[in-house]
Ligand binder design. Sequence first.
Ligand SMILES: Cc1cc2nc3c(=O)[nH]c(=O)nc-3n(C[C@H](O)[C@H](O)[C@H](O)COP(=O)(O)OP(=O)(O)OC[C@H]3O[C@@H](n4cnc5c(N)ncnc54)[C@H](O)[C@@H]3O)c2cc1C
Ligand code: SF4
Length: 432
Amino acid sequence: MLREGRTPPDKTAPDVFDSRRSLVEAERCLYCFDAPCTSACPVHIDIPGFIAMIRSGNVRGAAWLVRSANALADTCGRVCPSEVYCQPACARAKQDAPVRIRELHLFATRSERRREFHVETASRTGKNVAVVGGGPAGLGCAFELAKLGHTVDLYNDGPPGGVPLKSIPPFRLPEEDLLHDTGILGRFFTAHDGTLDGLEFSSIAGSHDAVFVALGLGRDRPLGIPGEDLESVFPVLPFLETAKKRPHTLRIGSRVIVVGGGNVSLDAAATARRLGAAEVTLLYRRGERQMLVWSAELGEARRLGVEFRFLAVPLEILGTGRVEGVRCRSMRLSADSDDSGRPVPAEVPGSDFLLPADSVIVAIGQDVRAGWLTGLTRTKKGYIRVDGQFQTSMPGVFAGGDSASGEGTVVRSLADGKEAAHAMHGYIMRRG
Ligand SMILES: Cc1cc2nc3c(=O)[nH]c(=O)nc-3n(C[C@H](O)[C@H](O)[C@H](O)COP(=O)(O)OP(=O)(O)OC[C@H]3O[C@@H](n4cnc5c(N)ncnc54)[C@H](O)[C@@H]3O)c2cc1C
Ligand code: SF4
């Protein structure tokens, strides 16, 4: 049941541990000799190492260990999916519950916030490297390149931060945590603000020893149905961006339909509820089991009273000027599977129904927004094609993060940037 007209209270994302709770949690670590958690963490933080430091009272050392491996340490302490990487790998999970690694590293880095972070960099190489895109992948790469002794220019349209800055809702990622991370990183590169085009890109490529491209997925896929141009139809990325920066300018009304079945659609639904929408309905063409979502986010959307209509697609958005409703059709799961291994949904003839709505948020996925990037070979899905060393089809140009591998995570993009930096270092130094 939906709770009419009442905006649910904010719930902050992961618990922030105090020192007593951190000590108790650190005591639970088994210090496995092979540290499966460290292997499962994409940026390979020395997890048993930093937990041992917390246990012995060396919080400063713990924070250093985390931050020197993870360029967005506080951000990951907030938004790393606890059910995907380090925690499911924790040996303690077999006994009772995994160690709360994410909360422990957030405790360490936040506790040391007032102290300056210092990391040794290699002696200067005299090489200049460009990073295009200032999201997690670009920042991870820039940080690592600077540690390797290179001079780094970072190009981004606006302040660095990427999706975490623009779109991850503040009830999951407090801005101060991200800004603390990016504030530290700012010391490792020269930031250039502006939207790049093909001409500028060629000039950057020509004036640097190597380039890393990490433009993310900035273009929302449209539904391609009649009525999509009505005033209160919102593509999800600008919707979340406006909800963060100027929520008072958004007129979503009281009945909102979100179309999509991923984590981003859950963020949109939770945001719409928090903006005061009385009824938020998520429309998904497959069933709940086929959703590609983290269970914590799904549970949170349910807690907020988001309603789910599974096995349904929108056919037409109705209204004059603003949205008044959506004509939908029921679906069934067919016996065929698609590339993702999930059953292909098929329409059920004669099953159309109408849902009243004041606005529609479209969250069915994103593509690379870089029509100007013509010189690089793309994959079938339009991502930038790279080899195992993050090298694109253009010598000296490397790529990573979501624009090369599709929808990912903050820590996976950071890891791409970090690994690509080492590949670029090898390439630059071999050329002399
Ligand atoms: C709503 C939402 C919620 C998410 N929640 C989570 C979460 O909770 N946990 C998690 O781990 N992951 C989450 N993700 C995924 C995660 O944010 C991405 O995987 C990650 O940000 C990708 O990093 P990136 O550096 O590849 O790209 P981006 O973060 O997209 O950064 C790319 C940067 O390049 C810039 N850029 C693009 N074109 C140009 C140009 N022409 N000129 C100059 N600059 C340009 C962009 O403005 C941007 O700053 C979420 C994603 C979304 C959309
Ligand atoms: S960055 Fe993510 S995967 Fe790595 S230790 Fe922290 S919470 Fe775990």
